[in-house]
Design a protein around this ligand. Sequence first.
Ligand SMILES: [Zn+2]
Length: 306
Amino acid sequence: MSEVKMRISECQNLKDIYAFFRQDEKDVVQSLQEEGMLLPLRRCPKKTSRTAQILDRNTDFKGHYAAYCKKCKKFSSLCKDTFFEGTHQSFEDIFVALWTWICHVSQHDAASLTGISRNALNQDIASWKILNTPHRTLGGEGVVVQIDESVITKRKCNRGKGVRKSIPEKWVLGLYDTDKKTGVVLYVVKRDRATLAPLIRQYCKEGSILWTDGWAAYKGLDKFGFKHHVVNHSKEFKSADGSFSNWVEGYWSTLKQYCRHTNVLKSKLLAEHIDEFAMYHQYYCGSLPYRFRCAIDHIKERYPVV
Ligand SMILES: [Zn+2]
């Protein structure tokens, strides 16, 4: 990194991250404020004062700077309600760990690589998983979301040691935003209305136009603020350029590969494994700097500072 000040989201490799944190501590904190990850300076929240806060040094706070009110003579944390609240790691360790996370390095290897304790990595990675929790991001007023369910493992009988074990069918639900050309695939235990409707509501914004097949579980989606169209699967479901089928099929085959590779199809934790896959998949496209930037954007979206 040169003399020119770089933003944390512009880091291209670990070396850049370390260089970013070699800057003056005040510059680091201001840069994270400008990035929208730390609280900006405001007027003192005390009604009688309303004095403008200043950024002042105090080693009791993360990053060694905090907002200070000259009138009340009080410091307040810039991390309140942000992504950083509640973690004990330094800013540097958090971003280094985030880099290893988007590289899909195991926690064990990440600890050896960076010198950050596994315990600390563990805590942060647990909080990043929150980033993967459902969020209404698909569709919107007038946007078509295509929805389809598909079997991931067929019902079959397994013979082992003279016992016949029946493996039930397992399903996944695919939702595809035809405008943003992105989607999610979710593991579902059942393909009934009680299972599918809440998921669709969780992921799709009101006003979306939902395209589904005639499966009974999709009936009544109009009640939740969606416009619902039942379409003929084989004829109309594919968009003109075939993007939905390509997208879902691509996702399927990667997911199936992953499940075979990790041998989790019979696992009781299959749902968790599929979640893990979804998270990896989301952060697995593009170059490492791109993924790092996506992860930071995601954090900013989930922990807005204003
Ligand atoms: Zn004050």
